[in-house]
Design a protein around this ligand. Structure first.
Ligand SMILES: [Zn+2]
Length: 253
């Protein structure tokens, strides 16, 4: 038995010691196809992924820094890699989603030193917060408009909603269904919430089967009436978060 996944992984399973590992790996890939934000962590070995689609900077710890304002306005310059031109519409729509209700906008790069570079990859991934200089957002063919918006929010400084310290009041993480070695994607971390209530419908919230080893839920909602994991729109709370971090004023809060 051997596994070939694109040009990334094409080696006999025996390299990993036994066939059980191979089956687990194949299952992990199978379920990850539904969640392109998890593909980067599973298929990519050339960069340090600390949480699903969050990349650890090579030269320093992850930061929560905001992009700098120029004359009171934050307008982030961007470049789309030539190999992603066919997906331009998705990226423009994603940037529109983010800028529509906040004082953060985007423009094509001219001579600015800091900019986002939409860069081709297998899954969708991003650094968290402003890094300075050229900052890559990794975009794969399966990343839809909502996935791209999710990565842009990482780049603007936002972490995953399900890692909030108050998450256990709203969700239950089911450890036994999480892929081996991927439990770090479900660690809680302290962070600024701006007093905004936990939002299971946030575009930054994981879906119920992210990093599932067996197709069963890795996260369950405590209230059956709520939903989670959507990648179609920013919720009112998502917009408030952007307005809070970028000090857009109280309008809309
Ligand atoms: Zn993410």
């Amino acid at each position: 038995m051997s596994m070939c996944i694109g040009h990334v992984q094409c080696s006999p399973v025996t390299n990993h010691g036994n066939e059980v590992f191979g089956d687990l790996y194949a299952n992990a890939i199978k379920y990850a196809q539904e969640n392109p934000e998890t593909l980067e962590a599973i298929l990519t070995f050339d960069k340090a992924i600390i949480e699903g689609d969050i990349i650890m900077p090579s030269d320093r710890n992850a930061v929560d820094a905001v992009w700098p304002a120029v004359k009171g306005n934050v307008s982030v310059a961007f470049v789309i890699h030539p190999d992603l031109v066919y997906m331009t519409d998705r990226m423009l729509k994603a940037m529109d989603m983010v800028s529509e209700h906040a004082c953060v906008s985007f423009h094509k790069l001219s001579t600015e030193p800091d900019y986002m570079l939409f860069y081709p990859s297998k899954g969708c991934a991003s650094y968290v917060g402003y890094q300075g200089g050229e900052q890559k957002l990794y975009i794969g063919p399966m990343c839809n408009v909502g996935n791209v918006a999710h990565e842009i929010l990482h780049a603007l400084g936002f972490h995953h909603e399900h890692t909030r310290l108050d998450r256990n009041e709203h969700i239950q993480v089911i450890e036994n269904n999480i892929q081996t070695g991927k439990h770090n994607n479900f660690n809680m971390k302290d962070g600024e919430t701006f007093g905004i209530p936990y939002d299971t419908t946030s575009i930054m919230h994981y879906g119920g089967r992210y990093f599932s080893i067996n197709g069963l839920p890795t996260i369950k909602l405590l209230k059956q009436s709520s939903k989670m994991g959507q990648r179609t729109h920013l919720t009112p709370q998502d917009m408030k978060r952007i307005r809070g971090l970028y000090q857009c004023g109280l309008y809309g809060l």
